[in-house]
Design a protein around this ligand. Sequence first.
Ligand code: B12
Ligand code: SF4
Ligand code: SF4
Length: 225
Amino acid sequence: MTNPQENVEKLKALCHQWGGSLFGVADLRSFKKEEILLPPPLIDRLPYAISVGFHLSDTILEEVENQPTPLYFHHYQRVNILLDTIGLIVTSTIQDLGHQAMAIAASQIVDWKNQKGHLSHKHVARAAGLGWIGRNNLLVNEQFGSRIRLVTILTGIPLVISPPSTKDCSSCLDCLSVCPAEAIKERQEDFDHLRCYEQLRTFAKTLHFSHNICGVCVKACRGKR
Ligand code: B12
Ligand code: SF4
Ligand code: SF4
C-alpha cells in the first residue's frame, strides 16, 4: 500500500475503531530539531507525525468544580493507557505494511527541569490541523474544545499532510476566571506556567493523587457541540 491518501483513510478508520475521535497528519520536518528530544537521524527517518485525539467524558468533566475529582484522575490514567494502546496498534499496522513507526508516550516527561516530553503533542496536533493553542495553553479543537487528550505516532509511511485550522479563541474568555491559580491571561503568551505547575503540585499533595492533574480549564473549554 503506497498511495498516501489510502494510507490516511486506513489509519484514520483504525484509530476511530479504537475510540480516537480526532485524526490528523503533520509534517515533522516543519519542526525545529531542538523542539524534539530525539536523535536527528531518527527524526529524518520518520518525517510524518500522526496526531490522534480522544474526546474525554463530558459527564466526568461536568463533576469537576474547583479541583480534580477521583473520577477524573482515574479517567485521565485510563485514557493515557488507551492512547498508548492506539499508538501501539497504529505502529504494528504500519510495520506490517513494511514501514517504520514509533509512538510517543501520551504522558511521559524526559526533561524534568523544563517539564518536557520527547515532543509536544499539542504542537503536533496544531500542525496536524486538530485545532489551535488556546488562552488556557491547551490544544483547542473547534468541536470538542480542550476536552481531548492526545498521542503522536511518528512514521515513514507516505501520508497526506492535513491542512491547519484557521480558527482561534476569538472573543471567548471562558477559562480565565475559573483557573484556581489565576495562570490564564488574555494573551496566550502570558500564560503563567509556574503558577499552574505549583497549583497542580498542591492538588497532588492535598488530594493524594500521584500525578499533577487539575482539569478545571479542560472542563471550561467545551467547544461547539
Ligand atoms: C509536562 C507536562 C505537564 C506539566 C508542565 C506543562 C508545560 N510544559 O507547560 C504540568 C504538570 C504543569 C502539566 C499540566 C497540565 N497538563 Co500536561 N503535559 C505535560 C507533557 C507530559 C509534556 C509537555 C511538553 O513536553 N511540552 C513541550 C513544551 C515545548 O510545550 P509548552 O507547554 O508549549 O512549553 C512551555 C513550557 O515548557 C514552559 N516551561 C519552561 N520551563 C518550565 C519549567 C516549569 C516548571 C514549567 C511548569 C513550565 C516550563 O515554557 C515553554 C514555552 O512557553 C504533555 C505530553 C506531551 N508529550 O506533549 C502533557 C499535556 C500537554 N498535558 C495535558 C493536560 C491536559 C494537562 C493538564 C490539564 C493536567 C490535567 N490532565 O488535568 C494541565 C494543563 C496545564 C495548562 N493549562 O497548560 C495534555 C494537553 C491536551 C490538550 N488538549 O492540549 C497533554 C498533551 C497530555 C496528553 N497526552 O494529552 N502538564
Ligand atoms: S490546569 Fe488548573 S491551574 Fe493550570 S491553568 Fe488549568 S485551571 Fe489553571
Ligand atoms: S475557553 Fe475560550 S478562551 Fe479559553 S482556551 Fe477555550 S476557546 Fe480559548
